[in-house]
Unconditional design. Structure first.
Ligand code: HEC
Length: 194
């Protein structure tokens, strides 16, 4: 390309980018965008967000070292945590729906049917997901407690409603509930896990 052509090309690109930037600002300030959770994303926007989410979770969780998730004590502890904090959004064997779940967008997956890889699950539970209802449980739970939930989640899709009820009944209670007083007790012996 000759110099004159390059200059012409650069000016055109700059003008187009400028118009797009002004358009974006006008759109944001106009209030036309429907932020309501009952108005769903268009397919292309959803596809971009989904890819962003998957790439981000993969890149951030890749380096994690997974402890022994078959430890029955760990699974049992996770059952108590899950029953206390997660079923309203992620359901449980024998649970058809909750009052909260239908109104959520993105819709939380039914974790009694879907199995998520341990590294991804740990990272998501600890850090949550922006602009979704998934909280960052790391704000109130240490890593060993989060691994207990991950261990439990690996078993959950194979459980019948009766097995689920049984393991939750045997599980140690979720003692993180009385935070503020002695929130760090109750994880006895697990503190040396990664
Ligand atoms: C208030 C609702 C809510 C609660 C409570 C909640 N979650 Fe979530 N969770 C979500 C939503 C919404 C998503 C999906 C976010 C997305 O796709 O961007 C999600 C995603 C996840 C995922 C990833 C699923 C996948 O397919 O990649 C895991 C794992 C998870 N949650 C575990 C938990 C655990 C464990 C608890 C309890 C300690 C919990 N969640 C409590 C709303 C919730």
């Amino acid at each position: 390309m000759k110099n004159g052509h390059i200059r012409h090309y650069s000016i055109t690109v700059a003008v187009v980018l400028g118009v797009l930037a002004v358009g974006a600002v006008v759109f944001v300030y106009s209030g036309l965008y429907d932020i309501g959770a009952d108005d769903h994303h268009t397919r292309p926007v959803f596809a971009v967000l989904q890819t962003l989410r998957e790439r981000s979770i993969h890149a951030h969780s890749e380096h994690l070292t997974v402890p022994d998730l078959n430890d029955p004590q760990l699974i049992l502890e996770g059952a108590g945590q899950y029953a206390a904090m997660c079923t309203e959004c992620h359901l449980a064997p024998g649970m058809k729906d909750s009052e909260l779940r239908p109104g959520l967008y993105p819709q939380p997956p039914n974790l009694s049917q879907v199995r998520v890889g341990p590294k991804e699950a740990f990272w998501i539970i600890k850090h949550g997901i922006k602009m979704s209802a998934m909280p960052a449980w790391g704000a109130s739970h240490d890593d060993p407690t989060i691994w207990s939930m991950v261990a439990f989640l690996q078993k959950l899709p194979d459980m019948t409603p009766a097995q689920y009820k049984d393991i939750v009944a045997k599980a140690p209670p979720d003692e993180d509930m009385d935070m503020g007083e002695d929130s760090d007790h109750g994880h006895g012996g697990d503190s040396d896990r990664p």
